[in-house]
Design a protein around this ligand. Structure first.
Ligand code: ADP
Length: 403
């Protein structure tokens, strides 16, 4: 089955065309800074994936997707000559609320419920919905599936997903923990089980998705039992530009002292905080590590805080589970930064998570799943490469094939 995967972000678009039978990627696209004058879109086709870069200045996410489809129809290297060759579309949706607990075919009813989830991920869900609408109009006969970041966390017990607020807010507004990055946590857990050569249902795993956004999940016997992201992707770890968990009273205090509006406060917490807010220079961990190595104090503080919060989250999930077999690192920082992994696990050896410095440092093997703890570490440490698009394509194929 040829599946077009659409992963729409607030100002980015990731897309792949995937042949699910052989798990073969035929086209990759990454568009960034959408909505601005210097937005660009890089597209590459199998087999050599040589990138061609297009300007997509001032285009919205769905307009950019439309342009990608035009290019796929016209480019001689493209694996398709007409859009009718696409068998199905898999859309990544950040928040599915309590409406969606598994991948779902998008019919009129599902589309209505998707609209109700928009306020749960106001940066991500609306552009994804706009892409779905554009595709439904353009390709009315091509089935579309929504794959939710929240779905994997539907197994959390009530004590983990409820907030200690007056009950009426749960009843009226469904305010509860939903989590995110579920597709990645599920995939990372399965990959770790494969690496350890044991069935996922026998394992207790702590999966760490550390990218621009970041979350950690306790995966007990293959099921998510708790995760650091909450009602929205703002809770939990310190992230590139998001504060993660802070004392909620700080929010009302700043609003009162500085006369901030709700939207301004939202922007401070989501876009101006985290690694960017503390370092004052960048949300990109590579820049911050580089500055820290040159002695920049704020960059060093940002890294210390980032590492400390990851350590505390891992420790709390060690406590939440009845057994922990492995900690799994994935996404941009988790996969690529031996330096940050070393700092994180330097503080966790007393819990039985003992890094092997050489295995951790091996650069030749980047991109390969591997164990980086010492042989007799009571709890193993794994690095796995996340592949959200492949996972979405496979879930789309599974669902369509069942229909
Ligand atoms: P997203 O959440 O946008 O999908 P990614 O998973 O691609 O993000 O992660 C992006 C983050 O990973 C950035 O902070 C980037 O600096 C960081 N990163 C990527 N490679 C490295 C590396 N070699 N060392 C440190 N950080 C890295």
């Amino acid at each position: 089955m040829l599946v077009l995967v659409v992963n729409a972000g607030s100002s980015s678009l990731k897309s792949q065309l995937i042949e699910t039978e052989g798990k073969i990627t035929r086209m990759k696209c990454l568009a960034e800074k959408l909505g601005s004058a210097n937005a660009s879109m890089a597209i590459s086709f199998a087999p050599d994936f040589k990138k061609a870069v297009y300007s997509v200045a001032n285009l919205s996410v769905s307009q950019c997707l439309r342009k990608l489809l035009d290019i796929m129809e016209e480019e001689p290297d493209s694996p398709i000559s007409g859009l009718d060759q696409i068998d199905a579309i898999g859309n990544r949706i950040v928040a599915g609320g309590e409406y969606f607990t598994k991948a779902t075919l998008i019919d009129a009813g599902a589309r209505e419920n998707l609209a109700k989830c928009e306020e749960l991920a106001p940066l991500h869900n609306p552009p994804a919905d706009t892409c779905i609408d554009m595709l439904r109009e353009l390709l009315p006969n091509t089935p579309q599936v929504a794959v939710f970041d929240t779905a994997f966390h539907a197994t959390m017990p009530k004590k983990a997903y409820m907030y200690p607020l007056p009950m009426e807010y749960y009843e009226k507004y469904h305010i509860r923990r939903y989590g995110a990055h579920g597709t990645s946590h599920r995939y990372a857990a399965q990959q770790a089980a494969n690496l350890l050569g044991r069935p996922l249902r026998d394992l207790g795993l702590i999966t760490c998705h550390l990218g621009n956004g970041g979350s950690i999940t306790a995966v007990n016997h293959g099921r998510s039992i708790d995760t650091t992201m909450g009602f929205t992707p703002l809770e939990g770890l310190m992230m590139g530009t998001r504060s993660g968990s802070i004392d909620p009273a700080i929010i009302t205090y700043i609003m009162r002292e500085e006369g901030k509006t709700f939207d301004e406060m939202d922007a401070i917490l989501n876009r101006q905080s985290g690694v960017l807010g503390i370092s004052g220079m960048s949300s990109d961990m590579r820049d911050v590590l580089d500055a820290a190595s040159k002695g920049d104090e704020r960059a060093n503080l940002a890294i210390d805080m980032y590492v400390y919060r990851v350590q505390k989250a891992i420790g709390s999930y060690y406590a939440a589970m009845t057994r922990t077999d492995a900690v799994v690192m994935t996404a941009g920082i988790g996969e690529n930064s031996a330096d940050l992994r070393e700092r994180i696990f330097a503080g966790l050896a007393h819990m039985g998570m003992i890094l092997d410095k050489e295995r951790n440092d091996v650069t030749g093997q980047i991109g390969m799943n591997r164990v980086i703890s010492i042989d007799d570490s009571p709890i193993k440490i794994c690095v796995v490469t996340t592949d959200e698009e492949m996972r979405i394509a496979r879930e789309t194929d599974n669902l369509i094939s069942q229909l």
